[in-house]
Design a protein around this ligand. Structure first.
Ligand SMILES: Cc1cc2nc3c(=O)[nH]c(=O)nc-3n(C[C@H](O)[C@H](O)[C@H](O)COP(=O)(O)O)c2cc1C
Length: 175
């Protein structure tokens, strides 16, 4: 039985493009039998616990979900040229090496292409800082690549490729 796949959505919006890409990535991973998946909306967690002011069972369960996963898929809107603060505060709560021996997929959406390197210069180092093996294919979508919330085929293909890489890596991860 494969370890679970966990998806972390770092958008505070109820209707979210980055979350839509995350859902597609989780579905692609399930098709590749990478493991049962679960999506966590970080915005649904209590903010004072996310800020580390108190402990909370829902936040503890989310952290445990990450620790138990084999693949971690992270999605975020680009805010001020990098990933959202919501994603940052959650990662600040993770133990050191929380993602060691796990494979990660970085996903972001932005208003335009100006900050597309935030995937490589922001998300990749964030994931590597807690030990993740990050797939070669990062996913970045612009708002113009969505029609009524649906991403264009090129973006979907990129998600499929990232999911394939993650499933392959996860099946062989022994480090
Ligand atoms: C506070 C705020 C800051 C933003 N900063 C940027 C930015 O620096 N670069 C960019 O490309 N888009 C920026 N955007 C646009 C969002 O990244 C973009 O609309 C994204 O697709 C939203 O993702 P979501 O639908 O998952 O929340 C910003 C939006 C907000 C609300």
């Amino acid at each position: 039985m494969s370890a679970p796949v966990i998806g972390l959505s770092g958008s505070p919006k109820a209707t979210s493009r980055s979350r839509a890409l995350l859902e597609l990535a989780l579905a692609a991973l399930e098709r590749q039998a990478a493991g049962p998946s679960r999506l966590i909306d970080l915005a649904a967690l209590p903010s004072d616990a996310l800020l580390g002011r108190r402990e909370d069972p829902a936040v503890a369960a989310a952290i445990q979900g990450v620790l138990d996963a084999g693949i971690v898929v992270v999605s975020t809107p680009i805010y001020r040229a990098t990933y959202s603060g919501l994603l940052k505060v959650f990662f600040d709560l993770l133990p050191q090496d929380a993602l060691a021996r796990k494979v990660a997929i970085p996903i972001a959406t932005g208003g335009g292409s100006t900050h597309l390197l935030a995937v490589d210069h922001g998300l990749r180092p964030l994931l590597a800082s807690v030990g993740a093996l990050v797939v070669a294919t990062g996913v970045y979508g612009t708002d113009a690549q969505f029609r009524a919330g649906v991403p264009e085929p090129a973006l979907v293909e990129r998600i499929e490729r990232a999911a394939l890489e993650a499933a392959s890596l996860a099946s062989g991860v022994t480090i």
